[in-house]
Design a protein around this ligand. Sequence first.
Ligand code: 6GU
Length: 240
Amino acid sequence: MTFAATVLTLYPEMFPGPLGHSLAGRALGEGLWSLETVQIRDFATDKHRSVDDTPAGGGAGMVMRADVLSRAVDDVLARRPEVPLLAMTPRGVPLSQARVRSLAAGPGVSILCGRFEGVDERLFEARPIEQVSIGDYVLSGGEMAALTLLDACIRLVPGVMGAASSGTEESFESGLLEYPQYTRPNDWEGRTIPEVLRSGDHARIGAWRQSRAETDTRLRRPDLWERHGGARVGEPSGAR
Ligand code: 6GU
């Protein structure tokens, strides 16, 4: 079974883009995932093929029309009824590694890429669309966000990553940032690799890595640390 990605966009030439290279590109060539783009403009009906109009209530920019988008969305929902449909928008629910993992375990994903100042809200009321954001900053459109989401999914599709621990030892899988990594040369500009990592003592190495994952998460991502459980009761705070 392969992971079927369908992207609804005004800019199909942006795909596969970077996903045609490296790990994802190799997997695409091997048929481990597939990519279809749908040109939203093909569902416009007027002679100028318009897909957007001025915002109700006034304001800057243009809003994507529900009537045009619904025809594109209905076409994809009819052809891929078992595949979840997402819309990339800064108004969406933040993407998580847990959601990525659940998508990668399924039959694929369909993704609507918004442009301009947004999408007519009535589309989201009338169709089963999950609105997703990739972070608290604004992109000029959903295409780069869709590429990001697809990259995160594809590397977890069975067969894509090979033996590389299938990604379960990484940042966010444990609810913590990953521990730092080092490689040779041992001495670089007078800085040496922590002795414990060269000791061959896997119990000590495991304990050191867990400790660094916790310290780094607490200092860099207090939000994650709090969700992970934060400072444990009964543990002396001096140990951290
Ligand atoms: Cl999913 N789309 C856009 N346009 N901007 C974003 C985003 C998505 N996530 C964060 N910023």
